[in-house]
Design a protein. Sequence first.
Length: 407
Amino acid sequence: MSTSPAAAWVVGTFDTKAEELGYLCERIRAQGVAVISVDVSTSGPADRGALISAHEVASHHPEGADAVFTGERGSAVGAMAQALVRLLRGRTDVGGVIGAGGSGAAALVAPALRSLPVGCPKLLVSTLASGDVRPFVGSADIAMLYPVVDISGLNRISRQVLSNAAHAMAGMVRARSAPDAHALPCLGLSMFGVTTPCVQGVTRALQGEFECLVFHATGNGGQTLEKLADDGHLAAMVDLTTTEVADLLCGGVLSAGDDRMGAATRRPLPYVGSCGALDMINFWARASVPEALADRPIHLHNDNVTLVRTTPQDGERIGRWIAERLNRMPGPVRFLIPEGGVSALDAPGQPFWWPEADAALFDAIERHTEQSPRRRVLRVPAHINDASFIAAVVAAVHSVTAPADPR
């Protein structure tokens, strides 16, 4: 494992972009920052002058370099990306990583960037940066820069853009600060607009005890919450807004994928959860709602977001799914059921008030969860945004984060 001082890693395909990548290296060094150049070319193991050759990167693949240099570009790119992730994992001299290129470079470098811890500078200069970058960024703090012209030789435009990128990376590497050893432990909380009073009340009540990180439960938010939990940044999850599960199971557009609530099944992380916004499935404009759902209660959140009410049948399915996740969590678990409604829209006189649908959800969670002294489902006779429910959440957080009795 390397123990060298942190450096800026410049990663790309030196078989086609050596001039541009070399320019990045030169400009970063000019700012007094050490550089490690990394070749991830898949055309062959030739030495192209990078400090870490393509062959050395490829040798980190679980099946060795031959699994990378197959002659088939598609599989080679994926294999090299996997090898790069494993290479970076074993280093302690990564002050930041910058990659540059087109779609191939983005596919090669982005997985490695996503694997780095939050706060480690990550910059990708790519011609794909002006489009949908979610497949590349995912839930990581990756900065993407559109180069205006293709990265194909140096010219007055590319020099300026690459110079800006180099200065940005150098500045981030130089300015990086060590984590505060005296910082409060972190809680990860999930929130939606319709559960905001609850989450804000909880964060106010816990101020001074915990640093509260709030994630907007819009798909990416849930994925980021899970990643931070997996990376060990959280002392506990306070997952009050599990609405992304409804989108996952009912075809909505804000799903966080089937690994939602997964991090707490992989490590003994204290978990407090609830049913926030499980009364709704999210779609874009009204015309995007599937015809099969058109007869349900529908609420236009705004011109671009349409909410569809979940049914008792949906509630049963969602409840079983959540219970299955709770049953796999090895840490202390408290799942709170707000009997008075799960969102601002789920209350008497509001468009999604449907007690039978809520009852189906609540009963399924309670019935299918294997309860024990460490894993409990708690019914609270209050609406999710009521002060009494907030107090119950705070008590649950204290319960799961209290030091274990040594006796």
